[in-house]
Design a protein around this ligand. Structure first.
Ligand code: DNO
Length: 357
């Protein structure tokens, strides 16, 4: 297992590589090139410069989160082949720079959604939260405002402003195609890319839909054990794997996250894990919590035990932290609470490992 920490380059992060280097147990970052729009080739020299900057700080760059998928690929348009070919070229350059794992998602139109980015908790910290009735009452303009208002002028992953003008048309398009058609578009992408994932020695981890239920009329593709089985069986390469995001999947209390860790790790299909905890206030309403099992509804000990028992040997990162100690930071991605999370998770990992002999 390698512990990594998400980090944005080019001054788009309040956290520095030097700070990350001092978190015990963290060997590298999960990062990306934020200035390259989805669908374009990532220039080799930009990748090399990023890798060199990270190496100079004493960290590794083995995980990329994310190489985003162009909407034309998701929509299955005739232009997709060019974007797929660009994607494969980017994979080649990343592999030459030492990248071993790519986290991506196949969510239509928008990535994750929260109704509040700074909910005050009783201990004086702030966390991201989701209220289902409120989410359902929003029109597109309000959805965008709701995310942007809490962003503190930093680009939220998946909410890059260049996506906004197209969003209304995209939602309409996705509502007009069937789930089967959408899965065919996914399979087309996977069939094109997986042979190169093998050749370039890169594991792919699709990120679950967050939250894991239909919202704004959009289809959900990775939201339950059954849908994950379906996604993985679209292409049987071992490289076609899952990013087990415990907070995303755990938002649905019907999802048994330790059982998912067991099933998909034993298949060798989990290259990357996002560990975070959430606390439900109703069945569909929740706020994010500190990483500890005792602070939320997810049993981190059980999840880590299942991963270890079933041969998981990939990357883990502490996912979203709360905003604590008056930190000014990107929502969910401050230094302090994620560093506490990393240490807690390292401790759990060691305890499980030693108790198993
Ligand atoms: C949210 C993240 C997601 C994730 C993408 C992967 O905080 O976990 O934005 O990075 O879905 O493509």
């Amino acid at each position: 297992m390698k512990m990594v920490f998400r980090w944005w380059p080019q001054g788009d992060d309040t956290v520095t590589l030097q700070q990350i280097r001092q978190i015990p147990g963290v060997s590298g970052v999960a990062t990306m090139l934020p200035h390259i729009p989805a669908g374009q080739v990532w220039p080799k020299e930009d990748i090399t410069a990023l890798r060199d900057e990270i190496h100079a700080a004493g960290l590794e760059m083995e995980v990329i989160e994310s190489v985003n998928i162009h909407e034309d690929i998701k929509k299955g348009l005739s232009t997709r082949d060019e974007y797929i070919s660009n994607y494969i070229t980017t994979m080649k350059y990343l592999s030459e720079a030492g990248v071993k794992c790519i986290c991506y998602n196949f969510m239509p139109v928008m990535d994750w959604f929260r109704s509040t980015l700074e909910l005050p908790l009783s201990d004086g910290s702030f966390a991201m939260a989701y209220n289902h009735d409120y989410a359902q009452s929003l029109d597109l303009e309000k959805i965008i405002h709701s995310m942007m208002d809490g962003s503190r002028d930093m680009t939220l992953p998946g909410w890059e402003p260049e996506r906004f003008p197209q969003m209304a048309k995209d939602i309409e398009f996705y509502n007009s195609i069937s789930a089967d058609e959408y899965f065919k578009n996914i399979a087309y992408f996977l069939d094109a890319v997986m042979p190169y994932a093998e050749e370039y020695d890169i594991d792919f981890g699709v990120h679950p839909d967050d939250p894991p239920w239909p919202l704004f009329g959009l289809k959900k593709v990775v939201c339950s054990a059954e849908s994950i089985r379906k996604y993985l069986s679209l292409n049987n390469s071992k490289r076609n794997g899952l990013t087990l995001c415990t907070g995303s999947l755990g938002a649905n209390p019907e999802n048994d996250v330790p059982a998912m860790a067991r099933e998909f790790a034993s298949m060798g299909r989990i290259p990357f894990v996002h560990l975070r905890n959430i606390k439900h206030t109703t069945e569909k309403d929740f706020h994010e919590s500190a990483h500890l099992s005792s602070e939320g509804d997810l049993d981190m000990f059980a999840i880590i035990s299942e991963l270890q028992k079933n041969g998981f040997d990939g990357y883990i990162r502490p996912d979203h932290g709360r905003k604590i100690w008056d930190e000014t930071c990107r929502p969910g991605y401050g230094l302090y609470d994620r560093a506490l999370g990393a240490s807690y998770l390292e401790g759990l990992w060691e305890a499980v490992k030693k108790s198993r002999g």
